[in-house]
Design a protein around this ligand. Structure first.
Ligand SMILES: NC(=O)c1ccc[n+]([C@@H]2O[C@H](COP(=O)([O-])OP(=O)(O)OC[C@H]3O[C@@H](n4cnc5c(N)ncnc54)[C@H](O)[C@@H]3O)[C@@H](O)[C@H]2O)c1
Length: 438
């Protein structure tokens, strides 16, 4: 089985499949097709499937012409018909791994995908999970589902592994194609075949580890590392404010050290589908071992408190201007969870929005990337249409919650009554008289 698959990878006769055509899955499907593998994408959302088949792109990190040319050439297609999995020899699972309302891992999308694959799994297939999850998911959850549903044996009839996705939406240098990839599989042969496939598709290095659990834990380490370091600067930021020191200046000074320090910055909280969520997968799993991940949990407490802290600071600033927050007209700049992208999942800006509404502020937002939003917690809103000097001047306070680069910050400074900049987006603006920084 191994040699035949390696041969098919080499001569590009292997057919690839990607389950879940979102921020992770679509770029991956495009790269596979670009490398010469006929690729089929599977999704439960017919709208996305139709768009792919029409050659229309909906993910910022995918180049429009790459997608349309691959579809036209018959190298890439999409479907909601999972029975086509029967013909796929390399299946990558890229479905969501969110939290439920109790902040517990919701692994149902991964489980559903495994059940679906098990129905159509044939001998000589490779299955790889790419979704971020707790250590143990591939061996403890997916393997038994695949073996039970198909009657096939992992390692003998099919290969199974985990390879975390590292996509960083909006990153102009590192994309799916050139980011190194970690692979952990069940058995040496599985690791060899999966690594060979990624080497055939990607330019980045492929680093093989001894098991799927190591790869799963490695991904959580990457994201928890960010979570904790952001927690540290958020906490220091609060202390610096009390002490009359600029935390931003402190970080700029610290980062002159050429080794042993990496700069992280404070902000209104954590956002996106990874950094704020993934540590919860680990803390949940750790409890099975009677273990409390105290450092991680403390950092999440700090980061989760940032939206409320930002609103407290807004309240102070308005007070200095003899204005109550109740009824104050506030313009929020940005609801996306990070700059220059349209993704607002778990965006801390929306938490700030909610907290401002709670204290009866009259809040509106402007985001050229997100014309409207509606999230799973019931919050929704529509961006004001234009950011003009007159509109900016009509608000009691402007709060910057996302550091988009296509905002005329100079104009905002010249016209706003007062600005609370939670991202230090206005650091290059010379006149600081109406700017308060987090
Ligand atoms: N977005 C990121 O920046 C990023 C980075 C690294 C890792 N990840 C991880 O990758 C995984 C996917 O994230 P994403 O951002 O691409 O999510 P996404 O929501 O953008 O895309 C997931 C897709 O899966 C589809 N889907 C859901 N259930 C399905 C099913 N049973 N069968 C087929 N399709 C199904 C959805 O319709 C959606 O199109 C998550 O585990 C996430 O943590 C995301």
């Amino acid at each position: 089985m191994k040699n035949e698959l390696l041969k098919k990878i080499k001569d590009r006769s292997l057919v690839a499949g990607v389950i879940g055509l979102g921020y992770v899955g679509l770029p991956l499907a495009v790269e596979k097709a670009r490398s010469g593998f006929k690729t089929i994408g599977f999704d439960v959302q017919k709208k996305k499937v139709d768009m792919v088949n029409a050659g229309s792109n909906y993910i910022g990190d995918v180049v429009d012409s790459d997608l349309s040319e691959l579809v036209q050439a018959g190298m890439l297609s999409a479907t909601t018909d999972f029975s086509l999995l029967r013909d796929i020899e390399f299946i990558a699972i890229c479905v969501p791994t969110p939290l439920d309302v109790h902040q517990e891992p919701d692994i149902s999308y991964v489980r559903d995908s495994a059940v679906m694959i098990s129905k159509y799994l044939t001998k000589g297939t490779i299955v790889v999970l790419e979704s971020t999850t707790y250590p143990g998911t591939t061996e403890e959850l997916i393997k038994p589902i695949l073996e039970k549903g198909s009657g096939l044996k992992c390692g003998e009839d099919f290969y199974l592994g985990f390879s975390p996705e590292r996509v960083d939406p909006g990153n102009l240098v590192f994309k799916t194609k050139n980011t190194p990839k970690v692979v952990g599989a069940i058995g040496k042969d599985g690791a060899e075949v999966i690594s060979a496939m990624y080497r055939a598709v990607l330019e980045g290095d492929v680093y093989t580890v001894s098991s799927p659990a190591v790869a799963e834990m490695e991904k959580i380490l990457e994201n928890t590392y960010r979570n904790i370091n952001i927690g540290l600067v958020n906490e220091l930021g609060r202390l610096c404010y009390e002490m009359g020191i600029s935390v931003w200046e402190v970080i700029d000074a610290a980062k002159t050290k050429p080794y042993g320090f990496q700069a992280f910055y404070p902000g209104p909280g954590l956002g996106g589908h990874c950094i704020p969520l993934d540590p919860y997968y680990l803390t949940w799993k750790a409890r099975e071992y009677g273990f409390h991940t105290t450092l991680i949990e403390n950092s999440m407490v700090i980061n989760d408190g940032q939206p409320e802290y930002c609103v407290e600071r807004v309240m102070h600033i308005l007070n200095w201007h003899k204005k109550a927050i109740n009824g104050a007209k506030i313009l929020m700049l940005g609801v996306a969870y990070k700059q220059d992208i349209n993704d607002y999942r778990e965006s801390p800006a929306i938490r700030v929005w909610k907290e401002l509404k709670k204290v009866k502020a009259d809040v509106e937002y402007y985001d050229p990337w997100v014309p409207e939003f509606k999230n799973m917690y019931g919050e929704s809103g529509k961006s004001i249409l234009e950011l003009t000097p007159e509109t900016v001047a009509s608000y009691d306070l402007v709060i910057i919650t996302t550091a988009h680069t296509n905002i005329d910050y100079d104009m905002v400074q010249k016209n706003a009554k007062v600005i609370f900049d939670t991202k230090n987006a206005m650091k290059n603006i010379k006149s600081r008289k109406n700017i308060e920084v987090l």
